[in-house]
Design a protein around this ligand. Structure first.
Ligand SMILES: Cc1ncc(COP(=O)(O)O)c(C=O)c1O
Length: 466
């Protein structure tokens, strides 16, 4: 039987199990583009619409329950709707607080001090999404250095903003493409894309354009690019080159912040960037992000600056929203106070899942590699990507492999494996996703049992095996 037939059957099963979601998808598509507002949520053939989320699970409007390994775009390290955050918000609302006030509020200082203490940054400013925070970090860098180029790695996703929309998902003999229309004509020329974990490429770019590079923005553990850690030598060299060329190093910790330990992954690498961007986890389930770092760079957004020195990182209506500040502070304080239980637990479950999946697929003759293995810098990793290889390679150490359709069968992962796992009762992202403290070892084992059944089924189809 062919792979197309398998996909066809899976789509039919999914439709049969989700009639209410299908109807809602059609109805919502009349007013929303493709039925929603975030492309990553709108998978094919249509997304299920959630009715209730709690802990490790999500229940949809058709009554299906899934164990969720996406956990709110990797925000929910304690699982969906964690009790400490809910209680704090309920109490706050009952006392008459909560909605937008337009005043600075008491909680932003607590959250600010907490993050500054964890990272050693001088100053922090909040905004509402990782996208905005990376945009502001780059504006600050370009203004501070007076240089125009932005250096990023291929496969690095820093949100949907004009300074980074190149070399994210589209791979064709490299990550060299602008990935949006509607940008300024010079955008293509100012964003330079290099290969992740490739020191030679990094040195080459600085040698060629060092006098024009304003900043290098990078994730220490690349997320959407494939859950791959940067090597320690690579980040060390990046730090040296940025310093020697007067460029700023921006570490994007939107996924990695508070995911591996209480604070930024940068501290485990023993490095100090000029600016750090946080998002996701620091809001505890509410829309919060932040840029933090050097006083001299951050102070460019002070309203006391002369207009010709000012960077308009001006805040938005919902910046430092009072309830969001409380949620974020409650959440990351809880993570810090329970770090000794949480991080080893989710790291251990991550290891069981990564090793189990590789073993099952290998036993059944499929060429599969998991990513997210810690690289010695961090002891624990709760992230897990699953890659179906077309080629035999020992290690995946760059998005240039993970997103290369000649090396990895992305279609198999996204259009077949995803539906297979949904049928088995698991919602996955990027091949699996992120483990939270709400997940149990039994749930991880159940996911491995599901993978085993899928691998057995696939033997009947013409899915390539090694
Ligand atoms: C590393 C990284 N940076 C930035 C962003 C953008 O954040 P947001 O989706 O909050 O705009 C993301 C989103 O997934 C991300 O993974």
């Amino acid at each position: 039987m062919t792979r197309k037939e398998l996909q066809h059957d899976l789509i039919n099963d999914y439709k049969a199990n989700n009639p209410k979601s299908f109807k809602l998808f059609q109805k919502n598509s009349d007013c929303l583009i493709k039925g929603g507002s975030h492309n990553a949520r709108l998978f094919s053939p249509f997304p299920f619409y959630d009715a209730q989320c709690s802990g490790s699970k999500v229940k949809d409007i058709d009554g299906n329950t899934y164990i969720d390994f996406w956990q709110g775009h990797y925000v929910n390290i304690l699982g969906h709707n964690p009790e400490p955050v809910l209680s704090a918000l309920i109490k706050y609302m009952q006392q008459g607080g909560g909605l937008q006030t337009g005043f600075p509020g008491t909680h932003q200082g607590e959250l600010a001090r907490f993050i500054i203490k964890c990272t050693g940054a001088d100053r922090i400013r909040f905004t509402t999404s990782g996208t905005l925070a990376t945009m502001y970090a780059i504006m600050l860098s370009r203004a501070f250095t007076g240089k125009d180029l932005v250096l990023k790695v291929g496969g690095g996703w820093h949100g949907s903003q004009p300074f980074v929309l190149k070399g994210t998902f589209t791979y064709d003999k490299g990550f060299n493409y602008l990935e949006s229309r509607g940008l300024l004509p010079e955008t293509d020329k100012i964003i330079h894309v290099i290969r992740f974990n490739d020191i030679n490429d990094l040195e080459e770019k600085f040698k060629k354009n060092g006098d024009r590079i304003s900043c290098f923005i990078i994730e220490a553990c690349i997320g959407v690019g494939g859950f791959i850690f940067a090597s320690k030598e690579y980040l060390k060299r990046a730090r040296e080159l940025c310093t020697s060329h007067g460029a700023l190093l921006i570490i994007d910790e939107v996924i990695s912040g508070f995911r591996f330990h209480p604070g930024g992954l940068q501290s485990l690498y023993g490095m100090k960037p000029d600016l750090t961007v946080f998002g996701k986890v620091i809001g505890g389930g509410m829309p919060v992000s932040a840029v933090c770092g050097r006083e001299d760079v951050m102070s460019q957004c002070s309203p006391d600056r002369d207009p010709d020195e000012l960077v308009q990182f001006n805040g938005g209506t919902y910046s430092a929203h009072p309830a969001s500040m409380l949620a974020g502070y409650t959440f990351i304080t809880y993570l810090k106070e329970h770090a000794k239980e949480i991080y080893p637990k989710i790291g251990r479950l991550g290891k069981i899942a990564r090793e189990g999946i590789e073993e099952i697929f290998t036993t059944h003759g499929f060429n599969v590699r998991c990513t997210g293995h810690p690289n010695g810098v961090t002891e624990y990793s709760s992230l897990l990507g699953v890659h179906f290889l077309k080629d035999t390679i020992d290690r995946l150490d760059s998005p240039d492999q993970a997103w290369n359709p000649e090396i990895c069968d992305i279609e198999l992962r996204e259009e077949i494996f995803k539906l297979e796992m949904l049928k088995e009762g698991f919602h996955i992202m990027h091949g699996y996703g992120g483990i939270s403290a709400a997940h149990t070892e039994e749930e991880i084992q159940a996911s491995l049992d599901a993978v085993e059944r899928i691998a057995l089924r696939w033997k009947k189809y013409n899915i390539p095996r090694s």
